[in-house]
Design a protein around this ligand. Structure first.
Ligand SMILES: C[S@@+](CC[C@H](N)C(=O)[O-])C[C@H]1O[C@@H](n2cnc3c(N)ncnc32)[C@H](O)[C@@H]1O
Length: 242
């Protein structure tokens, strides 16, 4: 698999799926519900781009994490929020510029079948415009996309759009930079992960697939273990900063 295209200077593996980390997103929703939050500043690094949809119609937005996060914030009664979205690949950010925002969620894809039914059913349930045994089409309300700030950038090199976040999500990304993949002596875990962790407020949350255990600064709230034959960890964790 060609992962890093040096001619383009960015990763070519962008793939994602609706609900890929649904278990952990659901845990975050449960956490957020426990306390009153007046506003939330969030960051998603590398939301990805689904490239396995059988319906390749260009009208659909093929990235999900920003909407999955918006959905759980809304369901936790948090209406005042912003979501910064950082990606190295302009194609990913261009997905989020499509209007109207229509998501085509397949019910047949293996990953989608693994998503728990309540997670799927509670996803923008008031905005379903078509529902068939194969797929569900959702029209995302305009006021959701208006909360997104899109930024083109490289998390391993650039500084972050904001200094302090309440929630940061970074899944199936840094593993691409392991030395085994790039052939280069480059360790993002120690440097980039620390940068990400430092951008989170005290009592803020981190969802990621790279940090394997809590250290003194963090509590592990939940971990979802997934066997993966590839070197990219599919397992995810939810941490809360002390
Ligand atoms: C394999 S996808 C993972 C998508 C999603 N996070 C998930 O878990 O399904 C990797 C994503 O990270 C982005 N990405 C890769 N390297 C990056 C970097 N250095 N800085 C910012 N984004 C990057 C890719 O463009 C893509 O959107």
């Amino acid at each position: 698999m060609g992962i890093i295209d040096k001619s383009k200077g960015y990763l070519t593996d962008t793939n994602t799926y609706f609900g890929r980390h649904g278990y952990i997103f659901k845990k975050l929703w449960r956490e957020l519900k426990k306390e009153k939050h007046s506003s939330m500043s969030c960051l998603i690094i590398g939301p990805g781009l689904e490239n396995s949809l059988t319906d390749t119609s260009l009208e659909f937005t093929k990235t999900y994490q920003p909407f999955e996060l918006a959905n759980i914030l809304t369901r936790a009664n948090i209406s005042d929020y912003t979501i910064d979205i950082l990606d190295i690949n302009p194609d990913v950010l261009n997905e989020l510029k499509k209007t109207p925002t229509l998501l085509n969620i397949s019910k047949l894809h293996t990953y989608h079948r693994e998503v728990s039914n309540d997670y799927f059913q509670s996803f923008f349930s008031n905005n379903i415009i078509k529902d068939t045994p194969q797929n569900r089409i959702i029209k995302i309300p305009e006021n959701v996309s208006s909360k997104f700030n899109l930024q083109l950038g490289d998390i391993t090199r650039d500084s972050l759009p904001n200094e302090k976040y309440d929630v940061v999500i970074c899944t199936v990304l840094l593993s691409h930079y392991y030395r085994e993949v790039t052939g280069e002596l480059y360790d993002p875990i120690s440097r980039t992960l620390t940068k990400i962790e430092n951008s989170i407020k005290s009592k803020g949350y981190l969802i990621d697939s790279e940090k394997y255990g809590p250290d003194n600064n963090w509590n592990l709230i939940a971990h979802h273990s997934v066997e993966s034959p590839s070197i990219h960890p599919e397992s995810t964790s939810l941490f809360r900063k002390k």
